[in-house]
Design a protein around this ligand. Structure first.
Ligand SMILES: Nc1ncnc2c1ncn2[C@@H]1O[C@H](COP(=O)(O)OP(=O)(O)OP(=O)(O)O)[C@@H](O)[C@H]1O
Length: 251
C-alpha cells in the first residue's frame, strides 16, 4: 500500500464552547477521491480550513506526505501542493477568467518561469475545464456553473498534489454536475489526490473511492460508498434525511 498523502490526527477546533470538530482522524490514500459528508454544521468546512491552513486547530495535527504541516500558513501549503476550492466562490471579479487563472498559477507549486509558460498553463487549464471560450470575459459575468468551473481552474493552476474540493456541485444542473464528476475523475487519474465535501449524494456515491462521515464534529463512519450507504448510523444521522429531500441535503 502506498503511503497516505494526508493524515489528520486528533484534529479539534473549538469556537467558544462549541467543538465544531472534535478528535477527528483521517487517512487519505494516494490516488483516491475521498469524500467528506455529513449534515449541515457537522464540521466539514472547518476540517477543510484546518487542512488548508486558513484556520488553526485547537488540537491535533495535519500531516502531508509524512511532514507535519500543522503550523504552516495556507500559502506555504499551496506551494507544497495542498490547494482548496471554496464553497462560496470568490474570483477577482474585475479580472478576466484567464487573469484569474494566471494569478493562481503564480502562487502555486510550480510558478511559470515566463509569460509564455504562464499563457500555456492558463490555456491548458481552461481547455481542461471547458472555459477556453470565456478566457477573456470578466469573471463577474460568468453564470454560476462557469463560476464553479473557474474556481476549479484556479485551484488546478496551482498544480495541486492534494486538491480539497468544497461543494463544487452546489447550484449546478445535473448536466453540469456530471461534467464536474468527469473532471474530478480525470484529475485523480492524472495523479492528484482529492478530498471532496459534497451534499449531492448521487455525485458523492458515484465518484468517491472512500467516504468519511462527520456528525456533530466527530467521525461517525468511514468506508467505501457501499459500506456508507448500508451503515445504519449514517442512514439515521444523514442519508435518510438527504434522501427525503431528493438526495440533496442542503447547502
Ligand atoms: N468562524 C466561526 N465562528 C463560530 N462558529 C463557527 C465558525 N465556523 C463554523 N462555526 C460553527 O461550527 C460548526 C461546524 O461548521 P462547518 O461550517 O464546519 O460545518 P459544515 O459541515 O461544513 O456545514 P455545511 O454543510 O452547512 O457547510 C457549526 O456549528 C458552525 O456554526
Amino acid at each position: 500500500m502506498t503511503a497516505p498523502v494526508l493524515e489528520v490526527r486528533g484534529l479539534t477546533r473549538y469556537f467558544g464552547g462549541l467543538a465544531a470538530v472534535k478528535d477527528v482522524d483521517l487517512v487519505v490514500p494516494e490516488g483516491t477521491i475521498f469524500g467528506l459528508i455529513g449534515p449541515n454544521g457537522a464540521g466539514k468546512t472547518t476540517t477543510f480550513s484546518m487542512i488548508a491552513g486558513s484556520l488553526a486547530p485547537s488540537a491535533g495535527r495535519v500531516i502531508y506526505r509524512g511532514r507535519d504541516v500543522t503550523r504552516l500558513k495556507a500559502f506555504q501549503r499551496v506551494r507544497l501542493g495542498i490547494t482548496r476550492t471554496h464553497q462560496i466562490v470568490r474570483p477577482f471579479r474585475s479580472l478576466t477568467v484567464a487573469e484569474n487563472v494566471e494569478l493562481a498559477a503564480r502562487y502555486g507549486r510550480r510558478p511559470p518561469r515566463s509569460a509564455a509558460e504562464a499563457r500555456e498553463r492558463v490555456l491548458e487549464v481552461l481547455e481542461f475545464v471547458g472555459l477556453a471560450p470565456q478566457a477573456e470575459s470578466p469573471a463577474a459575468v460568468l453564470p454560476v456553473g462557469q463560476q464553479k468551473l473557474l474556481e476549479l481552474a484556479r485551484a488546478l493552476a496551482t498544480a495541486p498534489d492534494l486538491l480539497l474540493c468544497d461543494e463544487i456541485c452546489g447550484g449546478l444542473t445535473d448536466a453540469e454536475t456530471r461534467q464536474v464528476m468527469g473532471l474530478l475523475r480525470k484529475i485523480r487519474d492524472a495523479g492528484t489526490t482529492i478530498v471532496y465535501i459534497e451534499h449531492d449524494m448521487r455525485a458523492v456515491m458515484s465518484v468517491c473511492d472512500r467516504i468519511a462521515v462527520l456528525n456533530f464534529g466527530q467521525k461517525l463512519a468511514e468506508g467505501t460508498p457501499d459500506e456508507i450507504r448500508r451503515n445504519p448510523a449514517v442512514v439515521e444521522a444523514y442519508l435518510g434525511r438527504a434522501a427525503e429531500v431528493g438526495a440533496r441535503g442542503g447547502t
